[in-house]
Design a protein around this ligand. Structure first.
Ligand SMILES: [Zn+2]
Length: 461
């Protein structure tokens, strides 16, 4: 007997319900999952999941009370969680030939400086959010730029388009190009104002993060100020880079000679703790791992970016053994692709002496990421009471995957999605029950792409 039938049919009378039918796959843990070949998720008008189960059992409970959308031979999974990426860098994907610090100077910093132009900022933000939805990402942890207005615009667009993001302006007050170097006080003041304006918007669909870019571009005063603001505003996040390359670590050691390690630079400025997310985290010793675990800090593993910029290899087994929460990040544009399928695949490829199961990769890109962001009670899997953030996937759409794929076992299905999948397989993306992408209506995205081409020609301010 299902839970609905025990509540009685009348529990939902008068409520607008929608049942989405397809093959349902949703993680429970890194090794267990829900797999319902002819399943349904029932969503209420507030975008909450009312029930998940086999449709032939569920339908009796909703007789005449539910709108049915049948996706047939498609798959519904939770939406993907991208724990680290950069909005302005979508204009700089696939710029190769330099490692991190040179790549930032040559490509990224000039591109970010252009966000002083509000028109440009709006065009790129529109493009960025359309791409997130097109790739099936329903929770993204986003760096914008140092610019207050551009960040305000990014929030405005995310709010209007229905996205779920953790986002904030970047703070930089030293060792940066002139166009991006902020006055420390103004930088902190701008971040606080944006936080007051957007944090918690639409029942926490938009969440604010304080984002010192990394230790290199931050003074002690800036790091201290970030720590204070993060503690002051409940539910906000601290998001930054950590130990991505050896050159970066050497630079940080010179800049902060009294700190025991890179982690210690952040810890000594009160920047570690629950709701802190550190991208990369490659070059860490055992004391660092203990400090991160004890403080309940989380990591974003960005395999594609680590390959692309030749940064190094994430110590997957050590991090797991240390019990530190982590998820995956595309790190666009350090990583060239926004698809979490690509990132899952690269995560597997990076570990030369370890097989990571498709279940675990799928978990890391969904519920594991939500856990690392401490939002797993709200999103990350398809369960009664959670918000309906999900994607509809057609594995055979514009790919060479055989039509009979759904006849295979769930591990083979997931393996096919991860190793052969990308944005082309995504049919629709939903956040809190609202459709934010429909592959059959791609015109607006194409239009944005066209207009962005001209935006790319804008000169540096
Ligand atoms: Zn990054």
């Amino acid at each position: 007997m299902t839970k609905t039938s025990t509540r009685g049919k009348n529990a939902f009378r008068g409520k607008k319900l929608t049942a989405y039918l397809a093959h349902i796959i949703s993680p429970k843990t890194a090794s267990t999952l829900t797999n319902i070949p002819r399943g349904a998720i029932v969503v209420d008008e507030e975008g909450k999941i009312v029930e998940v189960g086999e449709w032939f059992k569920l339908k009796r409970n909703y007789d005449g009370m539910v709108q049915v959308i049948d996706y047939g031979q498609k798959i519904i999974t939770p939406g993907f969680v991208d724990l680290h990426l950069h909005l302005p860098q979508i204009t700089q994907t696939a710029r190769t030939g330099k490692t991190l610090l040179g790549w930032l100077d040559s490509y990224v910093f000039p591109a970010e400086a252009r966000f002083a132009d509000k028109r440009h900022a709006r065009k790129i933000a529109n493009w960025f959010f359309d791409e997130l939805a097109r790739n099936g990402t329903t929770l993204a942890n986003v760096f914008t730029t140092v610019h207050k207005d551009a960040t305000d615009i990014a929030f405005e667009i995310a709010a209007a388009k229905g996205h779920r993001v953790i986002m904030g302006k970047v703070l930089m007050d030293k060792n940066s190009p002139k166009a991006l170097t902020e006055d420390t006080e103004t930088s902190l003041k701008d971040a606080e104002e944006l936080c007051k304006r957007w944090h918690g918007y639409d029942n926490n669909r938009l969440i604010y993060a304080f984002i010192p870019r990394f230790a290199i571009t931050a003074s002690k005063e800036l790091l201290t100020g970030c720590g204070k603001l993060w503690k002051k505003y409940k539910g906000t996040y601290l998001h930054t880079h950590l130990a991505e390359t050896k050159d970066e670590c050497t630079f940080v050691k010179k800049q902060y000679p009294s700190a025991r390690s890179y982690v210690d630079v952040y810890a000594s400025h009160n920047l570690t703790g629950k709701n802190s997310i550190f991208a990369h985290s490659i070059y860490l010793d055992d004391k660092d791992l203990r400090a991160l675990k004890e403080s309940q800090s989380s990591l974003a593993h960005c395999a594609s970016a680590n390959f692309f910029l030749k940064s190094g290899f994430f110590p997957f087994s050590r991090i797991k053994k240390a019990g530190i929460k982590f998820g995956l990040g595309s790190d666009v544009a350090g990583g060239p692709q926004m698809s979490l399928f690509s990132v899952m695949k690269d995560t597997a490829y990076m570990q030369m002496d370890l097989w990571i199961s498709p279940r675990e990769l799928f978990y890391l890109g969904t519920l594991g990421g939500a856990k690392a962001a401490n939002l797993d009670k709200v999103v990350g899997s398809l369960e009664e009471g959670k918000e309906a953030d999900f994607v509809v996937i057609d594995p055979t759409r514009r790919t060479g995957v055989p039509n009979d794929m759904l006849g295979h076992n769930v591990d083979e299905i997931l393996s096919t999605l991860i190793y052969l999948g990308d944005d082309r397989m995504i049919v629709s993306t939903f956040v809190r029950g609202r459709k934010i992408f429909d592959a059959d209506k791609t015109r607006s995205t194409d239009k944005t792409l066209r207009s962005t081409k001209s935006a790319g020609k804008l000169k540096l301010a």
